[in-house]
Design a protein around this ligand. Structure first.
Ligand code: AMP
Length: 426
């Protein structure tokens, strides 16, 4: 489509790249792409506050590819010209896939190195010479120490998901890597959130940078239909099974707080004939990738994940995110639900909330500045949900009212057992 070409050409992109975008079916640049691409083409550094799902990979990959094409040099063995650091293997592989797609007519070579697999193919790729290297910090440092990778020819440096890098304890590895970069280079740093630690990291790396903020922190993606279902702890399992039988439930990502619960749910679902696997930090890299591939390819209808493991999961067509357990903080809630409604589609996020989680629900609603619609379609409801006005604390049967109840916010009423009843007739 000519309109496709002109929309991206208008940003300054050249034909080998716009042709690849047409093949990808991209018609319009996303907001981060419209803002970042022209700035990066002028050589500016960039601070991007954006989550995955906003199109940020193309936002940095396209200008980087273009500048490498325009100043083409033979790729030197062991000395890439561009480095993208990502916290997890999953994200690194997604970024690599982005370079494969966007760079298919560029004539440039890229390689991806990460832990959890043998290093030999990675060493070979480095030895053959690659223009762009996508890497996780640990394995890169390892290969640098073995003198298989040198960073003295780096012209572009991207640090992706900087907040997650810090959360995962990569600060020392990152520092060691950054210390080996040449002084003259273009720097990009992306982060979904901007706590002080990330800001000081950014200040140490970026020079005269452009700042682009796409999703304001903790603002929920508007296209996601959010619902909450009040259900006792022991009824959650049945409710999940019931929901997953729904026809519209084509690809569901279920979140739990612990690895243990994730495993248990995946096993129960698989036993009842619903294709499901768990993905969390205790699983081997291979098992995680296998589960992710199965989910992407549609072999698994359900992926059960913990927050850390789900970071950066970029699977198109997730129709539903189900919070089997609410996260401890509102920011994780926003991250979780952002796994649906990607690339312009809509999505549904359903949160199960038991009596002990009402306080968390309130905090989430306050952070996203909107009440979450109560869904009683499956007959689970708190008897006095109708009392919820203006986000007022929920009162519900089973929790002592009056003096001792204290409104219930964040208090711990007794566990499970009838706090939220199930009314099949409803
Ligand atoms: P990212 O934030 O880079 O992980 O991208 C999220 C998803 O959006 C990926 O599946 C991309 O393929 C897709 N995407 C990125 N840019 C566009 C675009 N301009 N039009 C349509 N889809 C896009």
């Amino acid at each position: 489509m000519t309109s496709t070409i002109s929309a991206f050409t208008a940003l300054g992109l050249i034909e080998p790249l716009t042709r690849a975008l047409t093949a990808e079916g991209y018609t319009t640049p996303t907001p981060i792409q419209s803002q970042a691409i022209p700035a990066l083409l002028t050589g500016s550094d960039l601070l991007g506050i954006a989550q995955t799902g906003t199109g940020k990979t193309a936002a940095f990959a396209l200008p980087m590819l273009q500048k490498l094409i325009e100043n083409k040099k033979p790729a030197k063995p062991h000395r890439p010209r561009a480095l993208v650091l990502a916290p997890t293997r999953e994200l690194a592989l997604q970024i690599r896939d982005g370079f494969t797609a966007y760079g298919r007519h560029s004539g440039l070579r890229h390689a991806c190195i990460h832990g959890g697999v043998g290093q030999n193919p990675q060493v070979k790729a480095l030895a053959a010479g690659c223009d762009i290297l996508v890497a996780t910090p640990g394995r890169l440092l390892d290969l640098m120490n073995q003198r298989f990778a040198f960073l003295d020819a780096i012209e572009f440096f991207v640090l992706d998901e900087a907040d997650r890098m810090l959360d995962m304890g990569f600060i020392h590895d990152m520092r060691a890597i950054i210390a080996k970069l040449p002084a003259q280079r273009q720097n990009l740093l992306f982060s979904a959130t901007m706590p002080d630690a990330v800001m000081s990291l950014a200040n140490g790396i970026l020079k005269n940078y452009k700042r682009i903020e796409i999703t304001p922190q903790a603002t929920t993606v508007e296209r996601i239909e959010q619902r909450v279902m009040f259900v006792s702890r022991e009824n959650k399992k049945t409710l999940l099974h019931d929901l997953l039988k729904g026809k519209d439930m084509q690809r569901a990502l279920v979140f739990t707080r612990t690895k243990h619960v994730a495993n248990r749910i995946a096993e129960q679902l698989a036993k009842s004939g619903i294709g499901a696997e768990a993905i969390h930090g205790n699983k081997s890299q291979n098992a995680r990738q296998r589960a992710l591939d199965g989910f992407k390819q549609g072999r698994l209808k359900v992926l059960v994940a913990t927050d850390i493991a789900a970071r950066g999961i970029d699977v198109d067509g997730i129709t539903h995110v189900i919070n089997y357990e609410l996260p401890m903080d509102a920011e994780s809630y926003v991250h979780r639900i952002g796994r649906t409604a990607r690339a312009g589609t809509t999505g549904v996020a359903i949160s199960f909330c038991d009596a002990e989680e009402v306080g968390q629900l309130r905090i989430i609603e306050r952070t996203i500045r909107q009440p979450i619609t109560v869904d009683i379609s499956h007959g689970y409801h708190a008897p006095q949900i109708a009392d919820r006005k203006d986000g007022a604390p929920l009162s519900h049967r089973g929790q002592r009212q009056g003096k001792g109840g204290g409104g219930g916010r964040g208090r711990r009423p007794h566990r499970g057992g009838g706090n939220f009843n199930r009314n099949r007739a409803a």
